[in-house]
Design a protein. Structure first.
Length: 255
């Protein structure tokens, strides 16, 4: 289950391609449900927010036992991982957790090789973003299908498609998702300012669009504007202190 959780965090990073996109203005509270494809699994997740600094994501990963609850929380500029197993609560600050597990994460998640499964690590340079004239509806909102022609991290030219909407709710949701994604990328120790980020940021800003679908990796299934209960954004326990692991990844300790 930990591997699927780690892969989910990596796949959430597709939105990190826009992570330099500035979240401006006041965000109204709300919630969104979406699906994330990681390897051969489709994971369902929900995100709730009071504003761009208080965001919670609950996940339902394949194989997760019924007696396990897990979510992550963006609070005060930090990312926290929360899990409750058989009544036992564990809270970890994700920056420290990812530093401890960094070498493991690096070998466990990555591109599946399918063009539609593009993630942040797969895009090196965007060649073009073209409207196709086709439309799709997701979560009750209509959007136009765009084809993104890009150069992958291994130097190959590939294409994937996006569904982008001018709906104000979609734009609002995208701003929150981008703020959460930026915090996730930082917690994973990944760069949040890449050439592909700046390219697509400019396109989205200029066209004033929000994201409904990104390839086969991400798809919005529901959006609601009701304000979540404030208690859902409170840590249920104090974060655990992370142990020191100087020999992580098989490297000899410095002398």
């Amino acid at each position: 289950m930990q591997r699927k959780y780690n892969t989910l965090l990596k796949r959430i990073g597709w939105a990190g391609i826009f992570s330099s996109f500035a979240v401006s203005g006041a965000q109204a509270a709300g919630s969104v449900e979406y699906e994330i494809r990681a390897d051969k699994d489709t994971m369902k997740a929900s995100m709730e927010w009071l504003d761009a600094n208080r965001v919670r994501m609950d996940m339902n990963a394949p194989g997760m036992p019924a007696n396990v609850k897990a979510w992550s929380l963006l609070q005060g500029g930090k990312m926290y991982s929360v899990s409750i197993v058989e009544g036992q609560t564990m809270v970890m600050e994700m920056g420290g957790m990812m530093k401890m597990l960094g070498s493991v994460l690096g070998s466990q998640a990555g591109n599946t090789g399918n063009a539609g499964d593009v993630g942040i690590g797969d895009v090196a340079k965007i060649q073009s973003l073209q409207a196709t004239g086709r439309r799709e509806t997701h979560a009750g909102m209509s959007g136009e299908v765009y084809t993104m022609d890009y150069e992958s991290s291994n130097g190959k030219r590939q294409q994937t498609d996006l569904v982008l909407s001018s709906d104000s709710t979609a734009r609002e949701m995208t701003g929150i998702l981008l703020a959460y994604s930026t915090a996730t990328m930082k917690a994973l120790g990944q760069a949040t300012d890449k050439p592909a980020s700046r390219q697509l940021e400019a396109e989205i800003k200029q066209r004033q669009l929000g994201i409904l679908r990104f390839g086969n990796t991400f798809k919005v299934t529901r959006i609601a504007s009701q304000t979540p209960a404030a208690q859902r954004f409170v840590l249920p326990a104090a974060p655990m202190a992370m142990p020191q692991m100087p020999n992580m990844g098989g490297k000899a300790p410095a002398r």
